[in-house]
Write a protein that binds this ligand. Structure first.
Ligand SMILES: [Zn+2]
Length: 265
C-alpha cells in the first residue's frame, strides 16, 4: 500500500501526552508518514502548530474553533487565528462548522463562528477542515452563500448517505473517511455513499484518539485510536468503494498532497 496521509489526528489530545514518540514510530511502521494535526480551539491550534514544528515534513496543523467552542470566537481570537493561518505549516482553516447533535454552543453562535472562519479561510487562501453533525441544511446553506469565494475543503468525518454526499461533491468538497466506515452497526448510509464516491475526492483520517476501527483483528487492548490504524480504514473503505486498497491509498495520498500543498517527500 502507498504511504498514507492522516488528514485528521488530534495528537495534542491529553491521551497522547505520555507516549507520543511511540505513537509516531508505530505510524511510520504502518506507512503513515505524514499527518495533519487538528486544531479545535485557539490554544489547541497553537499546540498543533508547535507539534508540527517539532516534526518537519511529517506533521502539519489546522487552525480553527470547533462548533462546540463557537461561543469563544471573539475578535481577539479571530485575529490570532488569522496570524496562525499565515504560517506555512498551518495548511487548513478549521476544524469549523456546525454541530446540532450536541449543541454545546448556541446555534446562532455556531453559525456566526462558522461564517467568520469561512472568511478567514478565503482571505488566507487555506482549504477548510469542516465538521457537520445533524446540521446539514444550515451547513450547506452557509457554504453556498460563499459562492465562488468558497475555498476547497474537506467534509471531515463524513458519516452520511448518498444524498448528503451529492450535495458536498456539487460544491467541490473532498470527503474525509474515518473508522466510522468500519462500524457495521451504524455505517449503512456511509457504505452506500462511498460506493459512488469518486476517487479524486476522497481523503482518509483516523480522528485519533476517537473512532478506533472496529474491524481490527485481534482487537487492540486499548480503545484509543492512533494514526497507525489508518491502513485499516483504507482497507475497509476500498472494500465498499469496490477498489483495491492500493488504488484507494494512492488516490487519498495524492488528493491530500494537492489539497494541502504538501509535496511528496
Ligand atoms: Zn469533528
Amino acid at each position: 500500500m502507498a504511504d498514507l496521509i492522516d488528514v485528521g489526528a488530534n495528537l495534542t489530545h491529553e491521551s497522547f501526552s505520555g507516549d507520543l514518540p511511540a505513537v509516531i514510530d508505530r505510524a511510520i511502521t504502518a506507512g503513515v508518514r505524514r499527518m495533519v494535526v487538528t486544531g479545535t480551539t485557539l490554544a489547541g491550534s497553537e499546540a498543533a502548530l508547535a507539534l508540527a514544528r517539532l516534526h518537519p515534513r511529517m506533521m502539519w496543523a489546522t487552525a480553527g474553533v470547533h462548533p462546540h467552542c463557537a461561543a469563544d470566537l471573539d475578535d481577539a481570537t479571530a485575529d490570532r487565528l488569522r496570524t496562525l493561518l499565515r504560517d506555512p505549516l498551518v495548511v487548513a482553516a478549521g476544524e469549523c462548522g456546525l454541530d446540532y447533535f450536541r449543541d454545546l454552543s448556541p446555534r446562532k453562535a455556531q453559525r456566526s463562528a462558522f461564517a467568520r472562519q469561512l472568511e478567514l479561510a478565503a482571505t488566507s487562501q487555506r482549504p477548510l477542515f469542516l465538521h457537520q453533525r445533524d446540521a446539514h441544511a444550515d451547513f450547506l446553506a452557509i457554504l453556498k452563500e460563499q459562492g465562488s469565494r468558497l475555498p476547497a475543503g474537506i467534509a471531515h468525518c463524513f458519516t452520511n448517505g448518498p444524498d448528503e454526499l451529492a450535495d458536498y461533491l456539487a460544491i467541490g468538497l473532498h470527503i474525509g473517511i474515518t473508522g466510522w466506515i468500519c462500524d457495521e452497526r451504524r455505517s449503512a448510509d456511509l457504505r452506500a455513499a462511498v460506493a459512488v464516491l469518486p476517487l479524486d475526492r476522497v481523503v482518509v483520517e483516523t480522528d485519533a484518539p476517537y473512532l478506533l476501527p472496529r474491524t481490527i483483528r485481534p482487537a487492540p487492548g486499548s480503545r484509543r485510536n492512533e494514526p497507525a490504524w489508518l491502513p485499516e480504514v483504507v482497507r475497509t473503505l476500498a472494500e465498499f468503494m469496490g477498489q483495491s486498497p492500493e488504488v484507494v491509498a494512492e488516490a487519498t495520498t495524492r488528493n491530500a498532497e494537492r489539497l494541502f500543498g504538501i509535496s511528496a517527500n
